[in-house]
Design a protein around this ligand. Structure first.
Ligand code: C2O
Ligand code: CU
Ligand code: CU
Length: 425
């Protein structure tokens, strides 16, 4: 990575930071043979894809970790078009924090009509002055607070340089937040952006984000329509304002070429909805899951839950927990069993002082309500933000059998206990 003279040593897929962009066709089989050239175990998780459980890439749950020198054959057919990604699910903090993540794009059978498809895989890195990555992943201080937030943000594995754009084009900007813990709130100076899809799933009614700011949590994706309405030859900054005005910074500039101004086409751009089954809310199975713990929780000793993580690493205290109908989450033991084929409505409650992007494997769920406000057109997502004290209701048809991870995608929260399993059988 080139933020200066010294090279940064990284862990990568196929020699690339970020990993190779995988372009799949909706409804067409895909396969990947993964060979582990690392000196520790790894797996590949295909984040957001509704796939068979055995292909989900969770060590100790859906497969054994791929040993150094070993390999694993993944094969699945993506049912949904959209913007997805892949990353390891073993030693996740270290492997992802050292670079392992890549985009997985599932193409629509017919192009939806944008002039250009632009992809930004956003990663952040905690670098020393010699450009080496700070070691000590899964440190307890980061784990009980906001996780590891790096010092340097890259786009597609490089330090951002101005992005050239032509007046008049309509761009599909695919954003993938592949950071361990960094949330982003992007403002596009001088431009109107329209949200077309969230976590790969097209929205029923495309909309301009609140205050013009696109919020994207770790693991989330947003597909924006960016209309190039700027002046030829001018530059417009894109800023990240998530951590407040003091810490807002410029992510990158949009740099217009000198070409003459074209008028924006008015031909409609349509993303067709994917075949995600619609929840039947007349007679759902209902459950409640409550997130507890973390720093400043008033539970003593940084909010330790008292237990240790059951991952064989006895040095990892459980700082966070998920409370289900039978008590706190216990390692990989299912916290809920949902009857196959029924609609499940799960109420998620955040009793902590921290933000959590909660992610369910194997499903795209409808976000029905937040703090009692029902959505008219529920967004379909695989990762939903719970702010401190938020209560969010999600619903999905439990049509995909297996043991599915449900966890916070701030990787340090996951590693210190904010993870469990939902069984569908
Ligand atoms: Cu992208 Cu279990 O996660
Ligand atoms: Cu996932
Ligand atoms: Cu979290």
């Amino acid at each position: 990575m080139g933020s200066g003279q010294a090279e940064t040593s990284v862990l990568v897929y196929n020699g690339m930071v970020s990993g190779p962009v995988l372009r799949l066709a909706q409804g067409k089989p895909f396969q990947a043979n993964v060979i582990n050239g690392l000196d520790e175990g790894t797996t590949v998780h295909w984040h957001g894809i509704r796939l068979p459980n055995a292909m989900d890439g969770v060590p100790g749950l859906t497969q054994a970790s791929i040993k150094p020198g070993g390999s694993f054959h993944y094969a699945f057919t993506p049912p949904d078009a959209g913007t997805y990604w892949y990353h390891p699910h073993d030693h996740t903090a270290r492997q992802m924090g050292r670079g392992m993540a890549g985009a997985l794009i599932v193409e629509e059978p017919e192009p939806p009509g944008f002039d250009r498809d632009m992809l930004w895989v956003l990663q952040d890195w905690e670098l020393l002055s010699d450009n080496q990555i700070v070691d000590g992943f899964d440190n307890e201080m980061e784990g009980m607070m906001a996780g590891r937030i790096g010092t340097t943000v890259t786009i597609n594995g490089t330090i951002p340089t101005p992005v050239s754009i032509r007046a008049g084009e309509r761009i599909r900007l695919r954003l993938i937040n592949a950071c361990l813990a960094r949330f982003m709130a992007l403002r596009f100076a001088g431009h109107r952006v329209v949200v077309m899809a969230l976590d790969g799933q097209p929205v029923v009614q495309p909309f301009e984000p609140d205050g013009g700011i696109t919020v994207i949590a770790p693991a989330q994706r947003v597909d924006l329509l960016l209309e190039a309405t700027g002046e030829p030859g001018s530059k417009y900054p894109i800023t990240d304002e998530f951590y407040g005005n003091d810490e807002s910074y410029k992510l990158v500039d949009l740099a217009y070429s000198e070409s003459s101004k074209l008028t924006i086409s008015t031909k409609p751009i349509i993303l067709r909805l994917n075949p995600v089954p619609k929840p039947d809310l007349t007679n759902p199975v209902r459950h409640q899951l409550t997130i507890v713990g973390g720093g400043m929780s008033g539970m003593g000793m940084g909010g330790m839950m008292g237990g240790m993580m059951a991952d064989g690493n006895s040095a990892t205290p459980q700082i966070w927990a998920i409370k289900g109908p039978d008590g706190l989450n216990q390692g990989m033991a299912p916290i809920l069993t949902l009857p196959l084929g029924r609609t499940a409505v799960i109420t998620l409650i955040n009793q902590t002082k921290w933000w959590h992007p909660m992610h369910l494997h194997g499903y795209s769920f409808h976000v029905l309500s937040r703090n009692g406000d029902a959505e008219q057109y529920p967004h379909i997502r695989d990762t939903v933000i719970l702010r401190p004290k938020d209560t969010v209701e999600i619903a999905f048809v439990a049509d995909n059998p297996g043991d599915w991870m449900f966890h916070c995608h701030v990787v340090e929260h996951q590693d210190f206990g904010l993870m469990t399993v939902i069984r569908v059988a």
